[in-house]
Design a protein around this ligand. Structure first.
Ligand code: XMP
Length: 519
């Protein structure tokens, strides 16, 4: 089965929710890709989509130089759905009238549906005048739909909140069906995908595994592959996929840099070597990393030292593997989307995150089996492959490990303190049932000492900061409003159980302007 046969092209005009559109389409089991709005007509034809979605965006179609498309795209005979800016652009290009708004409409709105067909098929349960909740975020609006179009829904502020062409499969919606605040948005998108475009729901993670194993087999042939295993969900999924495809032609290299969380190195060996019987090359380089980090307090210097030493060790190890021609990496779709989306300052901050440069240094060909996937899809693939739930749901963990969560010098003693505190944070996250609800939770060891009292004794000990954040993609994040009892329990346990800590604080900063990690 060709899992890419029925696919959707999403043309990006820079909306912050463009990736969400793609995720909703994928959840409906239809493959889709995001491309910049200025993709050439020829390329669009070659892409072979069953339908096109024009995203929202921050611009105004009436302004000079506003992002636009070749109007011929609307004439290809393909179904097109314009969302917000996408709808305004369709209107503008097809001879309707867009009105510049005096003020933005932002937030929840009640939509009155005028036609329960097509996009709104099956939504007539709410007919009784209650309206349909949708999320609006727009300045301009449609004053007159283009010739041939009629309004199919309205709201208090938007007389044409949705429209369609009488005969062609061209649709526009002023609101955002892709966000959670439009509860029936997924149904509307599904109506577009299945009714208008005639897509079949073939994009499942089960079919992804089958087709990827097959293509990996062909790509690798009789050669050998090296896989950098970190124990995180992405590289773990790559390791198991490769093993499934080419068995012992693939070798995983796992470098213990001495900066891992409690029990992590043992767990990785148990899962991959013992359970999955994968070729695992385990290297304990803790001493080498710690001795190079001696006396280093500058965060960037820590990162550089760790990154460089990792490459050094990895390269030396990979050279020992005969016939290795490929290097497998867990690159994900959000890293490769060529879009105009607003990414924020972390887009550049993140460049040093992944161990870049490995393939060039080593003269290996790169294999990236997860290039098409979003993180939630990778987790589903992990489930299909039988990886343990704990590993699949693991929070992201930075390459430089605990070194960037120990402010100041990294020493064996301070690593021990942070490991113990971090373990308590994780245990309490799981006990509270909130572990899978947040993006990340961890402890940070601060470079200060404070006074306390323990029994009759005065103490002068270290401070742990707890960091728990909610996020969709780590580009922005907010501190989690955790129940006081859970925070209280973490604090009590850390102060009582971790020798050397007499104070716990909770980090209530969002990103931006702070970052998720402290260094
Ligand atoms: P910041 O601190 O930049 O982190 O807000 C954003 C996300 O990236 C993770 N992170 C890293 N991941 N190598 C990684 O693989 C790194 O060097 C690194 N530094 C930060 C961080 O945990 C958060 O999820």
């Amino acid at each position: 089965m060709d899992i890419h046969a029925d696919k959707i092209l999403i043309m990006d005009f820079g909306s912050q929710t463009t990736q969400l559109i793609a995720r909703r389409v994928r959840e409906a089991q239809v493959y889709c890709e995001i491309h910049p709005f200025n993709m050439e007509l020829e390329k669009i034809r070659d892409f072979g989509a069953k339908g096109i979605i024009l995203s929202g965006g921050p611009a105004c179609v009436l302004d000079e130089g506003a992002p636009s498309i070749d109007p011929e795209i609307l004439d290809l005979g393909l179904p097109v759905l314009g969302i917000c800016y996408g709808m305004q652009l369709m209107t503008h290009l097809l001879g309707g009238e867009v009105e510049k708004a005096a003020k933005r409409e932002y937030g929840k709105a009640q939509l009155s549906i005028d036609s329960f067909q097509d996009l709104f098929h099956g939504l007539d349960g709410v007919k009784e005048g209650r309206g349909e909740q949708v999320w609006m975020s727009h300045g301009d609006k449609i004053k007159v739909p283009p010739p041939g179009f009629t309004g199919i829904a309205h709201s208090g502020n938007s007389p044409v909140a949705a429209m369609r062409h009488a005969t062609a499969e061209l649709y526009g919606v002023q609101f955002h069906p892709e966000v959670a605040h439009t509860p029936n948005g997924t149904e509307m998108l599904k109506n577009f995908l299945f009714r208008a475009c005639g897509c079949k729901p073939t994009w499942t993670m089960k079919s992804f595994v089958a087709s990827t194993v097959e293509s990996l087999r062909q790509a690798v042939g009789s050669k050998n592959v090296v896989c950098a295993l970190s124990g995180g969900v992405d590289s773990s999924v790559v390791a198991v996929l490769l093993h499934k495809a080419v068995g012992h032609q693939s070798t995983c290299i796992f470098v213990n840099n001495g900066l891992l969380r409690q029990g992590e190195a043992e767990e990785v060996q148990e899962i991959f070597r013992d359970t999955f019987e994968i070729n695992l090359d385990y290297i304990d380089a803790s001493d080498a990393f710690l001795s190079r980090l001696k006396g280093v307090v500058d965060p960037e210097q820590k990162r550089k030292i760790i990154g460089n030493l990792f490459i050094e060790i990895f390269e030396a190890e990979a050279k020992q593997i005969p016939g290795a021609e490929f290097l497998a990496q867990g690159t994900l779709y959000p890293d490769v989307i060529e879009s105009v989306s607003f990414k924020g300052p972390s887009a550049t901050i993140k460049t040093h995150h992944n161990v870049g440069g490995l393939p060039e240094v080593m003269n290996l060909r790169l294999i990236e089996p997860l290039r098409e996937l979003f993180k939630d899809e990778v987790r589903k693939v992990g489930g299909e492959l039988g990886l343990p739930h704990r590993l699949i749901q693991r929070h992201p963990f930075p390459g430089p490990g605990l070194a960037i969560r120990i402010l100041g010098e990294v020493t064996v003693e301070r690593l021990k303190i942070l490991r113990q505190a971090d373990t308590i944070v994780m245990e309490e996250m799981e006990a509270s049932g909130l572990h899978d609800q947040v993006w990340q939770a961890f402890g940070v060891l601060l470079p200060v000492r404070t006074v306390g009292v323990m029994g009759d004794e005065r103490t002068y000990d270290q401070v742990i900061s707890i960091r728990i954040v909610e996020s969709l993609d780590a580009m922005t994040a907010d501190w989690a409003r955790m129940p006081y009892e859970v925070l209280g329990q973490m604090s009590n346990r850390i102060i009582n159980e971790v020798k050397g800590v007499n104070r716990v604080v909770y980090d209530i900063s969002s990103k931006p302007p702070s970052t998720i990690e402290w260094e």
